[in-house]
Write a protein that binds this ligand. Structure first.
Ligand code: PSV
Ligand code: MN
Length: 430
């Protein structure tokens, strides 16, 4: 029995006002695609089947190193976070899974948490461990690293936490463990760059050994922050070498914001897939060195090019292709529910446009080195307005044609601000 937070009648009433316009635009899009030899129903099915997970920690107002500005009605525990995730999924119909982060989302009874999620129409995605912060009562500090720490007891504690995450994940029905560590250095000479990787690999191997057969370990690289001179898993090169060293069940996870500026991320996607090491994504956007802006807000074309490679990979799966897609952003100045609905829309838009690429024409142009035709083939798909298709898919599945307007009309946040405890002011990154 599901108990969804937004009234189905309100969604229907909001959709009624917009349905005629969507149908008109959808018919025009369908005619355009037919002229290009594309059957809109095939694309519609794929778009309808597509989903991306949302991060439990993204439901609260994030912060920067300088400040955090909470809003009334923010969630303060995993149950409230799940409720907000259910709103995002109910209106977007594209985010049916939540990716939890431990120890932030710790509870006593994980079976009850799983039932709570199910009642809200949600499941759990990759489990994220956290050895980048110290927790109250912890025996050893991560101040000098976790899996790569020079201190054996600290490494053992970080390994034990990751194994505990696997145990929790089993109870929640997850099958992926995402490992991102903040380990690295701030000064040249601070650590031996080779030996710190050795320690990381040995500790990561202990976690890998505890993975159930049907689980994957996803290594997330990040060039800098919190370590500003070197990170132990800084780039996709370190990531794929570590994943190859650890074994078959270990894959690489690309967080779109974790690269040097202007890096060709779509090429990294193709490379990792070529070696059967593409495990997942954290979607967000970035302008400078930040990794937490809303997906598609800065460079939607890059997002499209990433999906272009993902669609190629889907058609040519090599050793198997089942990447775990997740949003990972920090919402410092918006209502997180609105940001995640808008981001889910940007991600599904990029995927839909990539589905429209005339692959035969593209491959033929590539083989004959017709540079302009190859480029124009991508351009044609990118220029297509797929919004009527996405709106129709959402409406079909019980979601909202206009997600933000419907959310605002529901007054969900206002209601929660009456019911929920206030969040204290504070600094801190999520
Ligand atoms: C690190 O910047 C990161 O991208 C990792 O995925 C963390 O788990 C997440 O952000 C939350 O801090
Ligand atoms: Mn991330």
């Amino acid at each position: 029995m599901t108990h969804l937070p937004i009234s189905a009648d309100l969604i229907a009433e909001q959709n009624d006002k917009r349905l005629e316009a969507v149908e008109e635009d959808y018919a025009a899009l369908s005619r355009k695609l037919t002229r290009n030899g594309i059957n809109i129903s095939d694309v519609r099915q794929k778009v309808s089947d597509f989903s991306v997970a949302v991060p439990s920690w993204g439901t609260g107002r994030g912060g920067t190193r300088f400040a955090k500005f909470p809003i009334p009605g923010e969630p303060t525990n995993i149950h409230e976070k799940l409720e907000d995730c259910a709103v995002i999924n109910q209106l977007s119909q594209a985010t049916p899974r939540v990716s939890p982060h431990f120890p932030w989302d710790k509870v006593q009874d994980y079976s009850a948490l799983r039932r709570d999620a199910e009642a809200l129409g949600l499941g759990f995605d990759a489990i994220n461990s956290n050895t980048f912060q110290d927790q109250p009562g912890q025996s050893h500090s991560y101040a000098n690293g976790s899996l790569a720490s020079t201190d054996a007891a600290t490494r053992a504690q970080a390994v034990a936490h990751n194994i505990e995450c696997i145990e929790i994940g089993k109870k929640l029905g997850a099958t992926d463990l995402t490992v991102w560590v903040g380990d690295g250095t701030n000064f040249p000479g601070q650590q031996d760059l080779g030996r710190s990787l050795d320690r990381y690999l040995d500790a990561a191997a202990e976690i890998y050994a505890a993975l159930p057969d049907d689980w994957r370990m996803l290594l997330e690289h990040k060039m800098f922050e919190p370590a500003f001179y070197s990170s132990v898993i800084s780039d996709w090169g370190s990531s794929i070498l570590a994943a190859q060293t650890l074994g078959e069940k270990c894959k690489c996870l690309i967080d779109l914001g974790h690269h040097a500026p202007n890096v060709n991320i779509e090429q990294i996607v193709a490379r990792l897939h070529r070696f059967d090491k593409l495990g997942g994504f954290h979607f967000n956007d970035s302008k400078y060195g930040d990794d937490d802006l809303d997906s598609g807000s800065i460079n939607p074309h890059q997002l499209f090019l990433v999906f272009n490679e993902l669609v190629e990979a889907e058609r040519n799966p090599r050793g198997g292709f089942s990447p775990s897609y997740m949003i990972d952003q920090s919402h410092n100045v918006t209502d997180p529910i609105e940001s995640m609905m808008s981001s889910a829309d940007a991600i599904v838009t990029a995927y839909s446009k990539a589905l429209l690429v005339d692959r035969d024409a593209l491959h033929a142009a590539q083989e004959t080195n017709d540079v302009m035709l190859a480029f124009q083939t991508l351009r044609d798909a990118y220029k297509t307005d797929v919004s009527p298709l996405l709106a129709a898919v959402r409406a079909d599945k019980g979601g909202a044609i206009d997600m933000i307007a419907t959310y605002r009309a529901s007054q969900y946040r206002e209601r929660k601000s009456q019911e929920r405890a206030a969040v204290g002011l504070g600094a801190g990154i999520v």
